[in-house]
Design a protein around this ligand. Structure first.
Ligand code: AGP
Length: 611
C-alpha cells in the first residue's frame, strides 16, 4: 500500500526521504517519487519512477536533488495505471506538491470543477485534485495553511497527506483522515510518515495524529489542530520496537527471519501477562474486568491470515468458555445487516491495525449494540487500537514480509489468553487454566524444536516446485490451520492451493485428486485422528500423493504415496500453533525454489488501507 515520508531540516533531506521509502517498501507499491525545494533555485524539483525504489535511487544518483524540505511517496495504484505520470508527488502549477495515501471518492466532480476553471491535469489520479485545490485557494489570496484546511474540507474519502508550497520553504503541512500518519520529532528537524518505521533512522520520537488532525511542521516544532480547529496536545511517544527491526540480518528474506523470530515473539506476547497459574486480565486494559464479567457471546472480525486466527479462536472459545463465537471476514460483515447477540464482545484481529475493511467493520459495530470492542493488534497507536475500548497488543515487532507469519502466531497466543480470561468467568476449571499457562510457557522451546525441521521441509519442498495445484486438509481447529497453510503457499509461490475440512473431500474435491496434485495433511494425535486417517485413505485410493505432518504417536508410517514429517507433540489446544510453523517453512522453500519475490509477492500489499 502507499507510503508517505516528509522532512524539514537544515541538511539535504533527499537521503532521509529515500531511506524512508526503502523502509516502506515492504508495504507494497508500484512506483515512487521525491520532491524537494531546490536549495539553489527555490523551485520544486521532482523525480519519479515507476517500479522499485531502486529505480528512483538510480535516477537520483545520476541527477541528485538538494533541498532541506521535501516529501516522498511509494504508490500502490488505485486510480490510474502504475506509470511515472501517476506517481506521487503531484505538483500543481510548479508551486504545490502533494503526496497522498487513501482514496478521494469525489475527485471526479472536484476535477471537473477545477478543469472548468482552467486547471490542467497531468495524471489520472485522485490525488492531483488536492494539489490543484490548494493552488486554487492560494490564487484567491488564502494563506497556505488555510488553503490546505479549505481543501480538505472539500474532500470525501480517506487521506493522509503531506503538502509543500514553493513559497513557504519553512513549512510542511500534514493531514490525516482515514489513513495513518505520524510526525517524527528530531532536534531542529521534523518529519512526517505514514509508518514510524520509515523514520527510525532519524528519530524514535513520534506524535500520532488523530482522525481529522491538521499539522504545521517546521524546523522548530509542530502545531497540531484537531478537526474543530482547536490546538491538540498529543504526547510525543517513544517507538518501542528495536532499531534493527527493518533489517534482514543474516537471513535471505524477511519472511524467513520472521519465521525464526517466533519463539522470541511468543515470549514477548506472554511477557507480563502470566501469573504462576493464571492469565492477568489487567493486560487487556483498565476497563477489561467490568467488560469481561458480562460477556456472553463473541463476534470476531478480521481479514486474511488474521481471519484464520479468528477461526481457530472460535474452537477454543466454544470449547473452553462454552459461549457462542462467530467469525466473519470484515469485507462481508461491514456490508450486511447484522444482529449483535446480547452482551456480545466484538473482537477485531489485525497485524497492522489499519486494514480498511476491519476498521470499517469496527466503526459499524460501535453503532450496533455490542457490549464493547476489543482489538488484538500488533501496532500500538494504530487506528484499531485507538478506536477500540480494549486492546491486547501482540508485541510481534514490525512484520516486513507481506506473508504474515510471526504476526499470526502472536495473534493465536493473544487469543488463547483472551479465551482463558473469559473461561474463568464461565466455569473453566482453574486446573485447566493452570495447565495451559504451563504449556504456553513451554511454547517458545517447542517452537525452537519445530524450527529444527527446516532442512527436511526444504527437501520436501522440491516435490512442489513444479506443481500447479495443491490441497490442504485438516479437521477441527486444524482446518483453519490448513486454510492458513494454503494461503501462505498461494500468496508467495503462486501455486493454486485450496484448503478443505477433510470430511468434505467426498462431497466434491476428491474429483481433483491425482498424482499431480499434492495433498498436504495436518494430523496431530487428537480425537479426530481416526476420522482423518479414513479421509487420507480416500486420497490414497485415488492415486493421490499425501504429505502428512503428524505427531510421532499418530501411528502413521511412510509408504508409497505417503510422505511423513514428524512434528513434536504438544497439548491438543496448542496444535494449531505448532503445526503452523512447518506449513510456513514449506511455503517459503517452495517460493524460493520457484524464484518468486518472497517478501513482496506480486499484486499484494502488506497493509491494505483501502477497500
Ligand atoms: C497474509 O499473509 C496477508 N498478509 C493478509 O492476508 C493479511 O493477513 C490481511 O490483509 C489482514 O491484515 P491485517 O492483519 O493487517 O489486518
Amino acid at each position: 500500500m502507499c507510503g508517505i515520508v516528509g522532512a524539514i531540516a537544515q541538511r539535504n533531506v533527499t537521503g532521509i526521504l529515500l531511506e524512508g521509502l526503502k523502509r516502506l517498501e515492504y508495504r507494497g507499491y508500484d512506483s515512487a517519487g521525491i520532491a524537494v525545494l531546490d536549495r539553489a533555485s527555490g523551485a520544486i524539483a521532482c523525480t519519479r519512477r515507476s517500479g522499485k525504489v531502486a529505480e528512483l535511487e538510480n535516477a537520483l544518483a545520476a541527477e541528485p536533488l538538494d533541498g532541506t524540505i521535501g516529501i516522498a511517496h511509494t504508490r500502490w495504484a488505485t486510480h490510474g495505471k502504475p506509470e511515472e505520470r501517476n506517481a506521487h508527488p503531484h505538483v500543481a502549477s510548479s508551486r504545490i506538491a502533494v503526496v497522498h495515501n487513501g482514496i478521494i471518492e469525489n475527485f471526479e466532480q472536484l476535477k471537473a470543477d477545477l478543469q472548468a476553471k482552467g486547471h490542467q491535469f497531468a495524471s489520472d489520479t485522485d490525488t492531483e485534485v488536492i494539489a490543484h485545490l490548494v493552488y486554487d485557494q492560494l490564487q484567491q489570496g488564502v494563506a497556505f495553511p488555510a488553503a490546505v484546511k479549505a481543501t480538505i474540507a472539500q474532500l470525501h474519502g480517506a487521506y493522509a497527506l503531506a503538502i509543500m508550497d514553493r513559497e513557504q520553504p519553512g513549512l510542511l503541512m500534514a493531514a490525516r483522515m482515514g489513513s495513518p500518519l505520524v510526525l517524527g520529532v528530531g532536534i531542529g528537524e521534523h518529519f512526517i510518515a505514514s509508518d514510524p518505521l520509515a523514520l527510525l533512522q532519524v528519530t524514535d520520537q513520534f506524535i500520532y495524529l488523530d482522525e481529522g488532525d491538521l499539522a504545521e511542521v517546521t524546523l522548530d516544532g509542530v502545531v497540531v489542530r484537531d478537526r474543530a480547529g482547536e490546538t491538540a496536545s498529543h504526547p510525543v511517544q517513544r517507538f518501542e520496537h528495536g532499531q534493527d527491526a527493518a533489517d534482514k540480518g543474516e537471513y535471505r528474506h524477511y519472511m524467513l527471519k520472521e519465521i525464526y523470530e517466533q519463539p522470541a515473539v511468543v515470549e514477548a506476547v506472554l511477557e507480563g501477562r502470566l501469573g504462576s497459574d493464571k492469565v492477568y486480565e489487567e493486560a487487556f486494559g483498565a476497563e477489561a474486568r467490568a467488560v469481561f464479567d458480562r460477556v456472553k457471546a463473541v463476534q470476531i472480525i478480521a481479514c486474511g491470515t488474521s481471519y484464520h486466527a479468528g477461526l481457530i479462536a472460535k474452537y477454543w472459545i466454544e470449547e473452553l468458555v462454552g459461549i457462542p463465537c462467530q467469525v466473519e471476514v470484515a469485507s462481508e460483515y461491514r456490508y450486511r445487516k447484522t444482529v449483535a447477540l446480547p452482551d456480545s464482545l466484538f473482537v477485531t484481529i489485525s497485524q497492522s491495525g489499519e486494514t480498511a475493511d476491519t476498521l470499517a467493520a469496527l466503526r459499524e459495530a460501535k453503532e450496533s449494540g455490542f457490549l464493547a470492542c476489543l482489538t488484538i493488534c500488533n501496532v500500538p497507536g494504530s487506528s484499531l487500537v485507538r478506536e477500540s475500548d480494549l486492546a491486547l497488543m501482540t508485541n510481534a515487532g514490525p512484520e516486513i514480509g507481506v506473508a504474515s507469519t510471526k504476526a499470526f502466531t502472536s495473534q493465536l497466543v493473544a487469543l488463547l489468553l483472551t479465551t482463558l480470561v473469559l473461561g474463568r468467568r464461565h466455569g473453566l476449571d482453574p486446573a485447566v487454566e493452570s495447565e495451559l499457562v504451563g504449556c504456553l510457557r513451554g511454547l517458545p522451546a517447542l517452537f525452537t524444536q519445530v524450527l529444527a525441521l527446516d532442512e527436511p521441509i526444504k527437501a520436501l519442498s522440491e516435490q512442489f516446485a513444479d506443481k500447479n495445484h495443491s490441497l490442504f486438509l485438516g479437521r477441527g481447529a486444524m482446518y483453519p490451520v490448513a486454510m492458513e497453510g494454503a494461503l501462505k503457499l498461494k500468496e508467495i509461490s503462486y501455486i493454486h492451493a485450496e484448503a478443505y475440512p477433510a470430511g468434505e473431500l467426498k462431497h466434491g474435491p476428491l474429483a481433483l485428486v491425482d498424482k499431480e496434485m499434492p495433498v498436504i495433511v495436518v494430523a496431530p494425535n487428537n480425537s479426530l485422528l481416526e476420522k482423518l486417517k479414513a479421509n487420507m485413505q480416500e486420497v490414497s485410493a485415488r492415486g493421490g500423493e499425501l504429505f502428512v505432518f503428524a505427531d510421532k504417536d499418530a501411528g502413521m508410517v511412510a509408504e508409497e504415496g505417503l510422505q511423513l514429517l514428524p512434528v513434536p507433540e504438544s497439548h491438543t489446544l496448542l496444535d494449531p500453533l505448532v503445526y503452523t510453523l512447518p506449513l510456513q517453512l514449506l511455503s517459503y522453500h517452495v517460493a524460493v525454489l520457484k524464484g518468486t519475490d518472497v517478501d513482496q509477492p506480486r499484486n499484494l500489499a502488506k497493509s491494505v488501507t483501502v477497500e
